[in-house]
Design a binder for this molecule. Structure first.
Ligand code: GLY
Length: 382
């Protein structure tokens, strides 16, 4: 991107240097976060795969492989493909048990199996990704026209859809493009239309969770979810919506998806603090000043993707905002040293979670991906 070349090259050089040893150290793992010693954990223990909250089904388990494919695209080094395939092989075991799988098969299998197939043509990856897409399509509620997020019945989630799913739609678009069967794309578009009507507020902010009646499809209410409360604006959710609608636009060419992404982006731009440090929720109280560097990186990626699809004269403000966020991360919230396996610091899973400001592997994924967007390296995996 013009005007930022020196800074971009310097940050990417630090990413390459760090990931060279981090990837070797953790090559058999699927990491989610670092512990108190700065070492990555491992979510690939198959004994936990029945549970959504840690084992092999954990929703972020595609991102480590995704980071490896980003580096493979950049460096051309085969060892990154080899490490990515460790994740892909392990994740395939989720299909055998089926129980515990959820709508986040998109997040799990796009950066692993779809990426592998797109970049190398591996036929096994095509089979794995089509299998995952078929499971995702099976979660569609045809009366409410939404994809069901989770499986819980104790807290009845049969009618729950969440904003994060805008990213999972990528798997369905890919499946239609690959199989020539329009049903996957049709489901993705029906879900995206439901989200446009029920999640995106007139000011461009979005809800995290919307509950529908699973029998009639009527909207029941919205929930605050990982944000500060009902009616709030969880920042990572703004990112899922902005970038997610861009993914729908890229795969369908439908103008309303681009317009929606722009509306969400404009809301973000109006609320990004001067420091470029992103809070957990744009509507949270000033204190405690909880941050979410992961939401920051997702928003930055969405802004860059939006800018790429706008006429040149409209791009500047979105590119500038993305670079401001990424500079804040690189200057003040990144660890490029050897004391911690993760780069991006100060992430928060949710506003009301007991712990804040830790690392999350998917923050690293979106940071590295966004830096490569600024540099213009690699093809879009989503
Ligand atoms: N619920 C997915 C996320 O934490 O962004």
């Amino acid at each position: 991107m013009n005007g930022h070349e020196e800074w971009t090259d310097a940050v990417i050089a630090k990413i390459r240097q760090k990931m060279e040893w981090v990837s070797e150290k953790n090559r058999e793992k699927i990491p989610y976060r670092t512990d108190g010693n700065g070492d990555y954990d491992d979510r690939s223990d198959a004994s936990g795969q029945w549970r959504m909250d840690d084992g092999l089904n954990w929703w972020t388990n595609g991102f480590w492989g995704g980071i490896m494919w980003l580096l493979y695209q950049d460096t051309g080094e085969q060892r990154y493909a080899d490490i990515a395939r460790v994740s892909e092989r392990k994740l395939e075991q989720c299909f055998a048990d089926f129980y515990g799988l959820h709508h986040d098969v998109g997040f799990m299998f796009v950066p692993t199996a779809v990426a592998d197939y797109k970049l190398t043509g591996n036929p096994d990856s095509r089979r794995i990704a089509l299998h995952a897409a078929t499971l995702l399509a099976g979660r569609f509620n045809p009366v409410g026209k939404f994809i069901r997020a989770w499986n819980d019945l104790e807290e009845d989630t049969r009618g729950w859809a969440i904003i994060d799913c805008m990213f999972n739609l990528s798997l369905l678009y890919w499946a239609s493009e690959e199989s020539k069967d329009p049903r996957f794309r049709q489901i993705a578009m029906l879900h995206a239309d439901t989200v446009r009507k029920n999640f995106v507020r007139p000011d461009g902010s979005v809800c995290h969770i919307v509950e529908f009646d699973p029998e009639t499809g009527e909207m029941v209410k919205s929930h605050g979810g990982q944000g500060c409360g009902e009616g709030s604006a969880w920042t990572r959710g703004q990112g899922w919506a902005l970038y997610g609608f861009m993914i729908s636009y890229i795969h369908t060419g439908r103008q309303e998806y681009l317009d929606t992404a722009k509306r969400v982006a404009d809301y973000c731009l109006a609320n990004i603090p001067e420091s470029g440090i992103i809070p957990v929720d744009f509507r949270q109280p000033t204190e405690p000043a909880y941050e979410d560097s992961c939401g920051a990186c997702v928003i930055a990626g969405g802004l860059l993707e939006l800018a790429r699809h706008l006429p040149e004269e409209q791009r500047g403000r979105y590119e500038d905002a993305a670079v401001k966020i990424l500079r804040a991360i690189a200057d003040a919230r990144a660890d490029f040293g050897r004391g911690c396996d993760a780069i991006v610091q100060n992430c928060s899973a949710a506003y009301h979670a007991p712990e804040h400001h830790f690392t999350m592997s998917y923050a690293d994924y979106y940071f590295i991906e966004a830096m490569y967007k600024v540099k213009g390296v690699g093809r879009l995996l989503w």
